[in-house]
Design a protein around this ligand. Sequence first.
Ligand code: 5GP
Length: 194
Amino acid sequence: MKTGLLIIISGPSGVGKGTVLKHVMADDSLNLAFSVSMTTRPQRAHEVDGQNYFFVSKDVFADYVKKDAFLEHVEFVGNSYGTPREYVESLRKKGINVVLEIEVEGAKQVMRRIRDQKVVTIFLIPPTFEELEKRILGRSTESAEAINERLEKAKRELSEKFLYQHIVLNDDPLRAADEIRSIIRNKLNTRIIG
Ligand code: 5GP
């Protein structure tokens, strides 16, 4: 059986990754699974534990780090985020294509660690920085300090988009999702070995 693809999708806070990904994941023909990350960030009202994230304490997170149980992990605006390794690897072994929605530092860790033909990297960009700013500022659940940090981080992340194989403009979530689906489909169709 062919090993599943590892699909990394990054993009600054507020670019609309969640909405675009929902449309991408809805395509059953691509045999996709979403890698649910672990985080120490507080749960937001609309989020479901085990679906959006596994919300854990700092101790549980530190234990995973100690056991080397993360494929990658980072600090982001005062909280920790990580991709549990076991889940991703077991799915890929079954031929399932796994989607990682992670920020740039974590993506760089994965790019360094997994250097095979089955990694697809995609960076989602907003039409304008002003639009992104509006969306980040609209997140009333966070402190002014966290919002400022997210804006700074968004600027840094945008400057690293060229590390990715594909840059997709989120001018419209359905169109962007279509483009991402085509990228994945092309990759699946052009694989020769493994
Ligand atoms: P948020 O707090 O807005 O849900 O996520 C903050 C950032 O962390 C987003 O850019 C998101 O893509 C990223 N992120 C979510 N899970 C992970 C993870 O497991 N690893 C890394 N490196 N980034 C993550």
